[in-house]
Ligand binder design. Structure first.
Ligand code: AGP
Length: 614
């Protein structure tokens, strides 16, 4: 979603802003802009499309943007189409504003401002903020005070960056429901939606709390909460570890697919005792054992790919611990007045930890105050809102995921969820040590099995040629492979723009069989597991109706290719953990189809990496 970068420095900051925007491209956006104060004027440039278009536009008259304070933005359209007039920064008089999030009551504020004579040049909610600050500044000519007075008038969740020509030393920022970090430099300071944007200029960060308003100058950072000055800790991070570039890969997505064996190995190391690999580490979630021992029910909340990971975990929790487990998309859960039973463990799964729907669903469960509620964030970003707002943090150690299509975050979520199942099972003595030891040893084979499945890349690339001109596609799986079928369909549609549906194969004859004909490719996830024979019968149903099958099957399944049935063999893996390994072929298939169709693989149209608005 929208990305903010801002800087106040001794040196010229235009290139810092532009580089920062490039580093935020992964968030998804449709236009970009920047404003720099120079010679008592706001110099603004805005372009629809890629950040490169903005870079090129700035390069026409670079001297206009030689300045020491400025703000920049990538916009993901919510109010008003992607157009230059809607791109940020928005200006009112001598004030410029960049904004991430939504001002829900903008329509009524706009009416009031129009009545006062303010003219609107965009369709955005953000322009309201610029005019309001301008209006209040006329009464209180102090930028910080004017911003402080405006915030209570705005309903919604947002982050802001603001500059004023008359205060060319001050950058004001607000965090209220949307992510924002301060980058601390020497004689220069910065703001951004994600620290990744600022890694070329600093590795020291302050994470603002919800409601914080901050004033940055070159040499000072003042932060206020409820009108009182507060201090926020400076975190020094290992920039090497947090940096992300494509290396020799053509796309981030492909790089991230290939990183999975290592990412899974790292996530496993967090929990498995290296001296006795049939045991969980003593310190794994140790300080939460009391909380985990009391839970009697599991509620999983998540969106998109993270939701699919939750669906797999439901099978695992119920099968291995016999604890009841429900999983629901957060965007529905939050609006249906759900019952949260006592002694529930609410697991929120999120790569980013900033997904608005997941955060709201979590807050709704907390508001109900059921007895014995324990909340857990399964998240890839340690500094995220989700982690801050939950009782327990279980990290996925995937490293930064830049491609909009989630890959390594998904497989590490699966692995971390299995580790959690084992921890809960062991803590509540719902699992004997033999079962625990077997699963731990099978988990440790995963990095090798993932590595081996990456060798299928060439075969899958060949297979993907059959999808290039297709309009629609079905993914089938049963049992633990059903969520992977859903995930495969999500991957294919989001990056190749081919319509795709995931189905539990047993549901075929209840409707989707009507779609089957020679033009409809059907991808089947067919490990040799307890559902294999039933799945084979489902494949026959398709084959008999001239459907073309693309089957990912176990090496041991002895499935053979025939007319209209293509088979790629996936390394043998135990049934319980097969969803992790079968994720790789569906990711590779979607990737190659998308490349062949020439789509923007890492930043597919209309999508954002981190969905910070509802
Ligand atoms: C997956 O490829 C997606 N781009 C999307 O479905 C994503 O998983 C979803 O928006 C949830 O994001 P989160 O994990 O950061 O909460």
């Amino acid at each position: 979603m929208c990305g903010i970068v801002g800087a106040v420095a001794e040196r010229n900051i235009a290139n810092i802003l532009l580089e920062g925007l490039k580093r935020l491209e992964y968030r998804g956006y449709d236009s970009a802009g920047l404003t720099v104060i120079r010679d008592g004027e706001l110099h603004r440039e805005r372009q629809v499309g890629k950040v490169q278009a903005l870079v090129d536009a700035v390069a026409i008259n670079p001297e206009f943007f030689d300045g020491h304070i400025g703000i920049a933005h990538t916009r993901w359209a919510t109010h008003g189409e992607p157009a230059q007039r809607n791109a940020h920064p928005h200006v009112s008089g001598k004030i410029a504003v960049v904004h991430n999030g939504i001002v829900e009551n903008y329509a009524e504020l706009k009416e009031e401002l129009i009545a006062k004579g303010y003219e609107f040049t965009s369709q955005t909610d953000t322009e309201v903020v610029a005019h309001l600050i301008n209006d209040l500044y006329k009464q209180t000519p102090d930028l910080l005070e004017a911003v402080r007075a405006v915030i209570p008038l705005l309903h919604g969740a947002f982050a802001l960056g603001i500059v004023h020509v008359d205060s060319p030393e001050e950058l004001i920022t607000v965090r209220l429901g949307s992510p924002l970090v301060i980058g601390v430099g020497i004689g220069e300071n910065f703001i951004a939606s994600d620290q990744l944007a600022l890694l070329p200029v600093t590795n020291r960060f302050m994470y603002l709390e919800e409601g914080d308003i901050a004033k940055l100058t070159r040499n000072s950072i003042q932060i206020f909460a409820d009108g009182v000055e507060v201090s926020r800790k400076i975190h020094e991070i290992d920039a090497q570890q947090h940096n992300a570039d494509k290396g020799e890969f053509k796309h981030y997505m492909l790089k991230e697919i290939y990183e999975q064996p290592d990412a899974v190995a790292r996530t496993l190391e967090m929990a498995i005792d290296s001296t006795n690999t049939s045991k969980l580490r003593d310190d794994f979630l140790q300080r939460h054992e009391d909380k985990l021992s009391g839970i009697r029910n599991i509620q999983i909340l998540a969106c998109g790919t993270s939701y699919h990971a939750g669906m797999v975990a439901k099978y695992w929790f119920e099968n291995l611990t016999r604890l009841p487990c429900s999983v629901e998309v957060a965007s529905e859960f939050r609006y249906r007045n759900p019952v949260v039973v006592d002694n529930s463990l609410v697991i929120c799964i999120s790569q980013s930890g900033e997904t608005a729907d997941t955060l709201s669903a979590l807050r709704d469960t907390q508001k109900q105050k059921p007895t014995g509620l324990v909340s857990l964030a399964l998240c890839n970003v340690a500094t995220s809102s989700l982690v801050r707002e939950t009782d327990i943090y279980l990290p996925t150690l995937a490293g930064p995921e830049i491609g909009v299509a989630s890959t390594k975050a998904f497989t590490t979520q699966l692995v971390a969820l299995m580790l959690l199942v084992l921890k809960v099972g062991a803590t509540q003595q719902r699992m004997d040590s033999e079962r625990l030891g077997t699963l731990l040893s099978e988990l440790q084979q995963l990095p090798g099995q993932l590595y081996a499945s990456l060798h299928l890349d060439a075969a899958i690339k060949t297979m993907s040629e059959s999808f290039e001109d297709k309009k629609s596609c079905l993914f089938l799986g049963r049992g633990l492979q059903f969520p992977i079928a859903l995930e495969g369909a999500l991957k294919l549609k989001e990056i190749s723009y081919i319509h795709a549906e995931g189905y539990a194969a047993g549901e075929l004859k209840h409707g989707p069989l009507a779609l089957v004909d020679k033009d409809m490719p059907i991808v089947v996830l067919a490990p040799k597991d307890s559902m294999f024979d039933k799945l084979k019968a489902n494949m026959q149903e398709v084959h008999a109706r001239h459907g073309e099958l693309f089957v990912f099957a176990s090496e041991s399944s002895k499935m053979v290719a025939e007319d209209r049935m293509h088979v790629v063999y996936v390394p043998d893996v135990c049934e319980t953990l097969a969803p992790v390994v079968y994720s790789i072929p569906v990711q590779l298939l979607s990737y190659h189809v998308a490349v062949m169709r020439g789509t923007d693989v890492d930043q597919p149209r209309n999508l954002a990496k981190s969905v910070t608005v509802e």
